[in-house]
Write a protein that binds this ligand. Sequence first.
Ligand code: ATP
Ligand code: ZN
Length: 294
Amino acid sequence: MTDRLRIAVQKKGRLADESFAALKKCGLKFTVRGDGLLARVKNMPIDLFLVRDDDIPNFVASGVSDLGIVGENVLLEEVLSSGGRMKIDTERRLGFSKCRLALASIEKGPISRVEDLKGTKIATSYPSILAKYLQDNKIDATPIEMKGAVELAPRIGVAAAICDLVSSGATLEANGLKAFKTILESEAVLIKSLETLSPSKQDTYDRLVSRLDGVVRSRGSKYIMLNAPKSQIENITKILPGSDAPTIIPLGGSDDLVAVQAVCTENVFWETLEALQDHGARSILVLPIEKMLA
Ligand code: ATP
Ligand code: ZN
């Protein structure tokens, strides 16, 4: 019973969906009910704690939970605001829930550079990260903590600028604001408590992490298959993004054509395919990769 690995994940929100999806891709079978605080994984000794994202670092640091999935923005804010007392291991960057924490102010207003912030008030839900940034950059400005609706602060005169999460910039734009400086690039990370896991939990952990690695690596990866003249193999290998050793197979009934197959770990664009075509590649197929195990 206590030997079940406990993972804290966001219950509901922008991190939750992608966290659940990543765990499901790792083969974990579970259902999240509306009001539940716990989701039991049916096919592995794992329990999911469903909480607010701000509580995840503390759950893990206190050992209530063995692992957690949380945005680096929230992790850093909680660690800084604890004055360095909160100790957590960051095990993996997970490649999803990407966003940035940025400084923004009224479009075409008097503040468009970091230097312009001197003497101003800056509204934010990340007062500790902002205070550290201001200190590191020797900017004399005052963070004003707001738990929500930060983007409304300049309009109602609470602050001249804001420091908030941005993904597309649409929310800022809708409020007449414009980002002028990114202070943190964030993505979801897997965090772990410093407590030693029991041997059986360690075993579950190792299996989970190896699968998570496979999920992270296969994201965006593609399998490319094509036919090409032998003489062009070297050029074609150079074009294939993020692949160094393609498989080359002779084609029946042809002396100079070969089949080339490769895993590409970077994005494959139409431009890539056209460049391959220019080097004589034909019958080009790009396939998604679902899982990878080293
Ligand atoms: P909670 O109720 O759990 O406290 P919240 O309102 O604080 O939720 P959300 O808006 O759900 O938080 O965002 C959770 C996390 O998702 C953010 O802290 C950030 O790491 C990440 N995130 C923010 N914006 C995006 C986005 N556009 N796409 C994906 N992930 C994002
Ligand atoms: Zn939150």
